[in-house]
Design a protein around this ligand. Structure first.
Ligand code: ATP
Ligand code: MG
Ligand code: MG
Ligand code: MG
Length: 566
């Protein structure tokens, strides 16, 4: 086995920094930049330096091994993609501003792939003709492109980022369930090997549609997702996915939810003006009556207004503005409709609050959602139909057992999704079935944020001294520090070579003219699990071995140190 050569810090393309970068808000961003793992090239666009690339490659290797272990086949599809397949599924438009669109010299439309369902569907359409060719799982590890509104937090949310995306193709629903289960297990093994603390959370309101979806969330302050965890049962869900069933207290049934077409959401002022009503500034959302029925229109604030569309659905003559008082003591129906979500599905909600007089239950706006505030399921209403109660508060009842939920911030590191036949329908993916008739294929899609996992690991494992990698992903097994002059450097290089020969990955700080203090600080910032110091007792051939995480030290001879580390 050809061992990797010893990595000498005197030659390493990685400068450590004493100070946090000015624009860095979260820990992993600060530390990965300061320790010389990554450098910003443009907003949300990152370069990986040697140490960073090693960690990234380790994560990649673990993901690859576990994908291969479930029989998935690795491929590499282009990231530069033609418009047509995305046009066929509607995503050329639906993806909105997050999609990087570009043109070639002839004016042909292209995009940089944000996720590849269309292209994989077409690949299988080309390659598979019979049910005997299925099931199949294909994956790639490739850069993805999304023009994120807030590319923040370093590599946690890039506009270019490395993803493992896989796609399963089955003829039967049971087959899809099996492919999904295989991915779920593979993801558990990946995240366990990475040493990440994570939860598997329901990501969509299961009973609302056929599709099932779960997210792998890594608890961390820096996370942009909030998940609810039940202290009493196994319920865990992204708060975006929590639904309550609504049942009116007096037993009358909730009227059927007919779809209210999504108006492009205007600001409350422009919409109110257009409708010829006054916007009450106590309301963040416009609440109007249409044909006597109260309708809530989510208003995210600064979105473009398509008044034509609004007018089509809310004829001004039929509209009057509702004030908070309209709700007090009345079980009026409020309906809402939330626009396209991540993968193009829509979320409906219906709320039938039984508002106690004096409670201000009315709404606030956040993203595309309308929120019921100060409404307590069970107190203000019973549940019977699915409703997206978007703002779940700490202590709200667990939908499974009623215990008060705990809320925590987390980073989405993986997402698995039973797509069903949506893409196969749009792109007409059939194979010949057992009885000679064409069968429509059913699909799943599954993602791991490979570059994001590096940052998530940094978030969870760092301490006040710096990065602190779990062994399997660390850029080296041991960091040898020459704390002194020529004698120490010579010993450090000699020991490093022996450790390398024994199969270890070695980083050695052989820089001349850098003080031991600076070298110690750097070794702690860089975060290799074991630090071996050639210091005061080098002449006697005695080294100090330090554990990066616990700080425990012991003095050992060269031979003892090698035996201990191998
Ligand atoms: P988010 O909610 O954070 O925007 P997403 O739900 O849009 O993520 P998916 O479409 O589910 O992301 O993509 C699969 C995985 O790719 C995610 O679980 C996440 O780990 C990773 N990922 C998504 N967007 C980014 C990004 N901008 N930078 C880094 N990793 C990302
Ligand atoms: Mg996203
Ligand atoms: Mg998400
Ligand atoms: Mg997701």
């Amino acid at each position: 086995m050809a061992n990797a050569p010893v990595q000498r810090m005197s030659q390493l393309m990685a400068k450590t920094l004493r100070d946090d970068p000015a624009d860095a808000e979260v820990l992993s961003h600060k530390l990965l930049v300061r320790a010389g793992y990554v450098r910003r090239t443009a907003a949300g666009i990152w370069s990986w330096l040697p140490l960073g690339k090693k960690v990234l490659a380790n994560v990649e290797r673990i993901v690859r091994e576990e994908m291969d272990a479930i029989g998935a086949q690795e491929v590499l599809l282009p990231a530069l993609l033609p418009r047509e397949p995305y046009e066929a599924t509607g995503r050329w438009e639906e993806y909105g501003a997050e999609l990087f669109r570009l043109q070639d010299r002839r004016g042909g439309d292209y995009l940089l792939g944000p996720t590849h369902e269309e292209i994989f569907t077409l690949l299988v359409k080309d390659q598979a003709s019979s049910y005997k060719d299925l099931p199949v799982i294909l994956y790639q590890i490739q850069n993805k492109y999304r023009d994120e509104a807030r590319p923040r937090a370093g590599v946690l949310r890039g506009r270019e980022f490395l993803m493992k995306d896989s796609y399963s193709f089955d003829t039967e629903d049971e087959g899809l369930a099996q492919s999904y289960a295989l991915h779920r297990q593979a993801y558990q093994r990946v995240f366990e090997r990475l040493g990440l603390d994570y939860r598997i959370c329901a990501a969509t309101a299961g009973a609302m549609g056929g599709s099932k979806s779960e997210e792998f969330l890594a608890p961390a302050e820096a996370g942009e997702d909030t998940f609810a965890d039940c202290p009493n049962c196994d319920f865990a869900a992204n708060t975006e996915a929590i639904t309550y069933e609504l049942k009116p207290v007096d037993g009358t049934s909730v009227p059927a939810l007919e779809e209210i077409p999504t108006p492009d959401t205007p600001t409350i002022e422009t919409l109110a003006a257009h409708l010829g009503v006054e916007a009450a500034d106590t309301l963040k959302n416009l609440l109007v009556k249409v044909d006597g029925e109260i309708v809530a229109v989510g208003v995210p604030g600064d979105r473009e207004v398509d008044l034509g569309k609004v007018e089509a659905h809310f004829a001004p003559a039929a509209v009057e503005l509702v004030t908070a008082e309209d709700f007090v003591g009345r079980p009026d129906l409020v309906r809402g409709y939330v626009g396209p979500q991540g993968r193009g599905e829509k979320v409906k909600y219906i709320a039938d609050p039984r508002v106690a007089p004096g409670t201000s239950w009315i709404t606030g706006a956040n993203k595309e959602h309308t929120h019921a505030k100060n409404v307590v399921a069970g107190r203000d209403f019973e549940v019977d139909e699915y409703v997206d109660v978007v703002v779940v508060q700490e202590g709200d009842p667990c939908p499974k057992c009623g215990t008060g939920l705990k809320l925590d911030r987390a980073i989405e590191i993986g997402h698995i999704f039973q797509l069903g036949r949506k893409y196969a329908d749009a792109l007409k993916l059939d194979v010949l079935g057992q009885h000679g008739k064409p069968v429509r294929v059913t699909m799943g899609s599954y993602g791991i944020g490979v570059s994001r996992a590096v940052a998530a690991l940094a978030e969870q494992s760092a301490d006040d001294k710096g990065l602190c990698w779990p062994a399997e992903v660390a850029p080296a097994d041991v960091h040898v520090v020459a704390a002194g002059k020529a004698l120490q450097i010579e010993l450090a290089l000699d020991v490093s070579e022996k450790l390398r020969a024994a199969g270890l990955r070695v980083l050695v700080d052989d820089r001349a003219g850098v003080s031991p203090g600076v070298k110690f600080t750097d070794s702690e910032l860089i975060g290799v699990p074991k630090i071996l110091v050639a210091g005061r007792r080098s002449a006697e051939g005695v080294l100090e071995l330090k554990d990066r995480r616990t700080g425990e030290r012991e003095e050992l001879t060269v031979d003892e140190a090698i035996a201990r580390l191998t």
